[in-house]
Design a protein around this ligand. Sequence first.
Ligand SMILES: Cc1cc2nc3c(=O)[nH]c(=O)nc-3n(C[C@H](O)[C@H](O)[C@H](O)COP(=O)(O)O)c2cc1C
Length: 323
Amino acid sequence: MISTKFTEAFGIEAPIVQGGMQWVGRAELAAAVSDAGGLGLITALTQPTPGDLANEIARARDLTDKPFGVNLTILPTINPPPYEEYRQVIVDAGITIVETAGSNPAAHLPIFHEHGVKVLHKCTSVRHAVKAQDLGVDGISIDGFECAGHPGEDDIPGLVLIPAAARQIDIPMIASGGFADGQGLVAALALGADGINMGSRFMCTVESPIHQKVKEAIVAGNELGTELIFRTLRNTGRVASNTVSREVVEILNRGGQFEDIAELVAGKRGVKVYETGDLEAGIWWIGTAMGLIDDIPTAGEVVTRIVEEAELIIGKRLADAIV
Ligand SMILES: Cc1cc2nc3c(=O)[nH]c(=O)nc-3n(C[C@H](O)[C@H](O)[C@H](O)COP(=O)(O)O)c2cc1C
């Protein structure tokens, strides 16, 4: 067992979180992570309506008695989803942990706190982490440049970002981006974090609802297999490098605007990758941790073996290094 400020404050056994993942973060995966002692998260906006989210939460409840949470990604879009309704479903379902990400969670904090929901806010810079701490969130997930999804625009990898954040964050803080094994967990703890959050690693597990061919591509891939898109739009995303992502980069580098790539990056094309296993059908998200992923275990095995590996490194390799 590895006990930290994070496991104590959030009432879980292992300091390992499965981060929100659009289309991937469904009941089976979240329940499997939580059942093994980590914290699994259902991704709210993967569910087309707030009612569907209620059903998904109920499905996860049937699969585990352990606590699991919900990711609420707050996107600054022109036509935002009905956030208040999703939030109400989360509260009504008795969920006790929410991961917020994407932008400032201030509007949602009072209602969550009123209902005893702990908020873990994920962000990609020290200044946003400090701001979230000042706003009163209950935990920080600091997401480094290595990560899948949106690494922000500062390009600071975890080796510097995590300890820099730890110097200013007093509440429980977990590290995110590039973690996939026990070595990573030990490194995160050594750098001042209280645990880790992973997307890519959990995406490549038995319970992850993506096509087997995508999982096999992750296993076959390495740390060079990602592409940074949307750089010129200042909304950088780290995705798998394929013909579509490379075309997007080329168009934007030539001075193209979002309208010029909208069709290429359409969500329905990305979903086709996950559903059919056609790796060139659209944009799909993966981080540099791909270079550390060599198999397709169950999500529970991922949690168990990371803790075991970390215990061995701390209790044996590192302890023995002190002479
Ligand atoms: C397929 C996929 C979809 C993701 N979708 C979201 C999302 O909707 N909201 C969010 O906050 N983070 C999202 N992320 C980011 C993860 O929650 C997590 O922060 C990130 O994967 C950590 O980096 P790692 O992949 O190196 O572990 C996604 C990641 C992946 C791989």
